[in-house]
Write a new protein. Structure first.
Length: 242
């Protein structure tokens, strides 16, 4: 990603509606699909500046790795964990460890070799372990936002399932999310294309707007793992060995 994107992520991920709402949805999915019994061993692959690590730490023991040095330092400072260097698919730390949950939260779209990356992570799963993936949805939503974040692609349920199958995984559950805000977001992106606006999609709105968006987006946690929503700005999938 561009340096400014990493810096903005570090600044905003504690309070921005998208990061807060996504964490609530991820936590709900983990609660429904994490193997029960014992202390869960969790790996976050590509943890960025560490905004999810406190939430994950409340659910089990956590390892994390990150490619970018500055983001890795921020993650270490926030979490107190030994956040290590790692790069998908071929340079993974924590050799020999197996995990009940591997989180890959808006990372796979940044990696050119997405099939090989999922296959590499599958090799780190415990017997009943799962990989929880979130990715941006629908190629037709491609925008300057994707370019700034150095995305290679956006996914549909079908294309993500195909990549998972090639990696030796099967989909236990998948659904779009950020469903309620989808119409407004599509309209906003269309307007930006027409006007040539360069305002980042993840800029911080005013306090009251941020509070409303957090509540609306975060409310989808009650649906996560229960329903399969027909569309949304993002896609979540729980993957297990085939």
């Amino acid at each position: 990603m561009e340096r400014t994107v990493y810096d903005r992520m570090n600044e905003l991920e504690s309070n921005h509606w998208w990061f807060v709402g996504r964490r609530r949805i991820i936590a709900a999915l983990i609660g429904r699909f994490l193997p029960k019994g014992g202390t869960a061993k969790i790996l976050e692959a590509g943890c960025g500046s560490g905004g999810n690590l406190a939430m994950l730490g409340s659910l089990g023991t956590v390892d994390a790795f990150e490619y970018d040095a500055d983001a890795r330092q921020h993650a270490t400072e926030k979490s107190g964990l030994d956040v290590r260097y790692g790069a998908l698919p071929d340079d993974l730390p924590f050799e020999g460890r197996r995990y009940d949950l591997i989180g890959l939260f808006d990372v796979l779209e940044h990696v050119e070799a997405d099939t090989a990356s999922l296959a590499a992570l599958a090799g780190r799963l415990s017997d009943k372990g799962v990989i929880l993936v979130t990715v941006p949805a629908f190629p037709f939503l491609w925008s300057r936002h994707d370019e700034r974040h150095h995305h290679f692609r956006r996914y549909t349920r079908k294309t993500l399932a195909e990549v998972a199958a090639k990696a030796g995984l099967k989909v236990r559950y998948s659904s779009y999310f950020n469903f309620f805000l989808f119409p407004a977001a599509v309209a906003t992106r269309a307007l930006k294309r027409l006007t040539g606006s360069e305002t980042p999609d993840d800029s911080m709105p005013s306090g009251w707007v941020n509070a409303i968006l957090t509540r609306v987006f975060g409310a989808e946690r009650h649906l996560a793992g229960r329903l399969r929503l027909p569309f949304g700005l993002s896609l979540a999938a729980v993957l297990e060995r085939a």
